[in-house]
Design a binder for this molecule. Sequence first.
Ligand SMILES: Nc1ncnc2c1ncn2[C@@H]1O[C@H](COP(=O)(O)OP(=O)(O)OP(=O)(O)O)[C@@H](O)[C@H]1O
Length: 578
Amino acid sequence: MDSSSSVVYVGSSSKSRNFQSKSKGSITSFSIDSRGTKKSMKTLLIPEPEPTSPEVIESSVSSVSAESETPISIIRKKKQSEPRFYSSPTNTFYTEAKQSFTNTEFSECASISTIGIGGIDLEKNGVMIYRGSIGSDVSDESSSSGLSNAAYKPHRDNNDKRWVAIQEVRSRVGSSLEAKDFKLIKKLGGGDIGNVYLAELIGTGVSFAVKVMEKAAIAARKKLVRAQTEKEILQSLDHPFLPTLYSHFETEMNSCLVMEFCPGGDLHSLRQKQRGKYFPEQAARFYVAEVLLAMEYLHMLGIIYRDLKPENVLVREDGHIMLSDFDLSLRCAVSPTLVRFAAITLESKSSSYCIQPTCVDQSSCIVQPDCIQPVCFTPRFLSKGKHRKKSNDMSRQIRPLPELIAEPTSARSMSFVGTHEYLAPEIIKGEGHGSAVDWWTFGIFLYELLFGITPFRGGDNRATLFNVVGQPLRFPEHPNVSFAARDLIRGLLVKEPQHRLAYRRGATEIKQHPFFQSVNWALIRCTSPPQIPQPVKPMDQAHSVRHGFSQGHGHVGYDKPPTVDVKPSGNYLEIDFF
Ligand SMILES: Nc1ncnc2c1ncn2[C@@H]1O[C@H](COP(=O)(O)OP(=O)(O)OP(=O)(O)O)[C@@H](O)[C@H]1O
């Protein structure tokens, strides 16, 4: 591979990981199967792009999340004339200075292990390059216009009933979605920059969560940057454990984001309903494993989440999770690196953590280099005893897959953002912080799911902050939590970020911890969740209130629920928003 070439991971199938290598004049797709064999798939010849003169845009908006962030200059390359392989007409290609937002390199090094990005299916709809690009002006209409965003949003396809419903309405009304296309059912909750409503796309029976943000209120409260950050991040996401932004529209007064409705509520409420108000370890492992994959993906896109807490982890209708709420997130440059391994002996590897390939028979051995001999997450037929010996024999022949390291290690922010009990010490001390804050919050999150409390909570916010910085980590005697779980928490809740687990290699390091030994990362989407929410019947929703969006009047405000004008209308309440 010549020095000017770069390789980008574009997703995985059950048997291989797929990459695209870009060098001057061509893009070659190839896959590496479970035995480490590289297979070339196809090469596209690309003409030399016209010279582009980068233009600096939105430096005060696009590059920062919260209003007090230190601005980073974001440069958007001017659109190229066709043919276009890297950006669709509606897609914006961000770079910071000369560094690509997700510039991926291939490097050689002796490292210990590999894990893919479980759950991502990026290649499904064809060419998919540079997922870090952030579209600045994607709306539902642009994404429906054929190839452009479809290529970048493989989860928006005809298997998705929401997407199908949107297409249906759009073809009926002949335009993009508007407020009048939704019937509001009820308020789901209110956040700092808006209220979220359950809404039905009229005539389809399909529900959505619509976040309604009053433009004047946001501007008055200087939250425009946060709202913009959230919208732009949502537009860039395509991951099974992160929200899909199906549509957004503006009215005279409001800005609205249309997302998947999660009927299972959030993990905070779900935890309260557990016996003892904490999750059994297996359930906690499931939720944190899915959150970990979501965070890994965010970091790969250069997004530091910064607001992990059970309240922000929603439960979808299938029981899997969706990490929500991106208004505190920080965007930064990242260079995911694909690390190829020097030969390692399995003996040395297995002295740290287990390596057990899961084999049905020799010809169909699926290698999971890091473990992952599943207890709860693997199909039962893979863990039958008679395959054990074969597995061990096979394990000696394993050539590990490349490891993707996607940690934005150089990001720095001076903002004081987050939730008191979840704030990392470096944020409280104002030392400047980076992506390691997400691994701290991940530790607090796991602790809370397992013990039902957070570790540093004090009598008031001030005491909590004091404890975070100065008090050592302690575990309650009850409930009885495994050594592996406590060991992982200890690794994550190290006060100095540079000594914290995952500081250098991000999620990859955490995935290799024995606590996750039983997790089959690649199959986690197919695993039975601990709990599946009761289906929400549209009639139940309509029973108490029925609402309509209507144009021209009404008000959505903040901090004073209920925040809408409510008028009796026959058997229903009618709520006017616009
Ligand atoms: N997609 C969704 N499905 C179901 N409920 C949702 C969805 N999105 C948000 N909610 C509910 O709406 C509430 C408000 O969400 P939102 O993300 O606006 O604010 P928040 O989490 O309270 O935080 P912030 O103040 O930081 O914006 C959430 O607490 C959640 O209960």
